[in-house]
Each structure stands twice: as C-alpha cells, then as structure tokens.
Design a protein around this ligand. Structure first.
Ligand code: IMP
Ligand code: MG
Length: 172
C-alpha cells in the first residue's frame, strides 16, 4: 500500500500536549477517568495520560461497528464498563475518530446510564463531512477531510495500528 503521512508524529504529540493542558485546567483538583475506546484509542489515550499532570484513572470499553472501510451502522458492545468504576466519577471518553457520530452517541448514552458525576468526550480526529448523527466532542485533536485514515491506533482490517503517525492510502 502507498501510505501518505497526514499528521506527523511530532504534530500529534504537540496537539496532545495542548489537549492535556486544556483538560488539566477544566478539572483542577478533581480526579478524572480516561475511558479509552478499544482498540483504536489506546495509543492516543496513553500519550494523553502521560502528558496529563492531574490525578487520573484509566478504564476501557470496546464496541464495534466497522468492517473494512465501512461502518455497518450497528453498534455492538464487546467489553462493557463496570458500574462501580464509573458511578460518581468524572468520565472522559477517549476515541480515535468520529465519523458518522453513531459510536460516540451510543457511548455517551451508555456511560450516562452508569451514573457518572460528569461525562465529556475527547477525540483525536474529527471527520465532520461524514456525520449522520449530530455529535460535537468537547475536546478535538484535528478536524480532517473525508479520507480513510490509518495509523496511531487506527486500523484497516486490524492492520497498520502501529504506524507512529496518521496516514491515508493514496489511490492512484
Ligand atoms: P462512527 O460511529 O461512524 O462515528 O465511527 C467511529 C469508529 O469508526 C471509530 O471508532 C473507528 O474505529 C472507525 N473509523 C471511522 N473512520 C475511520 C477511518 O478513517 N479509519 C479507521 N477507522 C475509522
Ligand atoms: Mg474505534
């Protein structure tokens, strides 16, 4: 595959530092739980947490909606959260990318049902052009064009997650 770099490793890390500082300001003195959406968001979540200076916990949830390049539209919960880890806590849902908006809307509703103190959303990449359901994240890394992207956690049929940058497949 002919992979072009869209966002370099350096730009990713710079922007993630800015988001970490923004979150620090918003939650001064309060614990937060970074709730990472497996598998795509783990790279982003780890780098964000390492840059975050306040008190933070980590948790994981797994849903799936995608096969190949296409969203199936149907979201299945593969690894749930435990209510006792969420109840009364400040939850920040961390995702790799928002596309149609379906996954995030599903996740926010799911977390709200577990009685958190608050819920916010943080996403590395936002593909606004593809939105089917209305959704605005509280923290956004980069807005990107309608491209299928891979790397830094994002996969194409489970591959390419390990690229240190965000890239796209150049079709020729
Ligand atoms: P949504 O429910 O359509 O917003 O889809 C969000 C999920 O689709 C993300 O968590 C990704 O797993 C996947 N996804 C959407 N666009 C891309 C892409 O360009 N590359 C890789 N995965 C994507
Ligand atoms: Mg995902």
């Amino acid at each position: 595959m002919n992979i072009e770099v869209l966002i370099s490793e350096e730009k990713l890390q710079e922007r993630i530092q800015e988001i970490a500082s923004e979150i620090e300001k918003d939650y001064q003195g309060e614990d937060v739980v970074f709730c990472s959406v497996l598998k795509g968001a783990i790279f982003f979540t780890v780098d964000l947490m390492k840059k975050y200076k306040g008190d933070a916990l980590i948790d994981f949830i797994r849903v799936s909606s995608y096969e190949g390049e296409n969203s199936t539209g149907k979201i299945t919960l593969k690894i749930p959260l435990q209510k006792e880890h969420i109840e009364g806590k400040n939850i920040i849902l961390v995702e790799d990318i928002v596309d149609t908006g379906r996954t995030f809307n599903y996740l926010v509703d799911y977390v709200k049902d577990l009685n958190p103190k608050s819920v916010k959303t943080c996403v590395l990449l936002d593909k606004k052009a593809r939105r089917i359901e209305h959704f605005e994240a509280d923290y956004v890394g980069f807005s990107i064009d309608d491209l299928f992207v891979i790397g830094y956690g994002l996969d194409y049929d489970e591959k390419y997650r390990n690229l240190p940058y965000v890239g796209y497949v150049k079709k020729n």
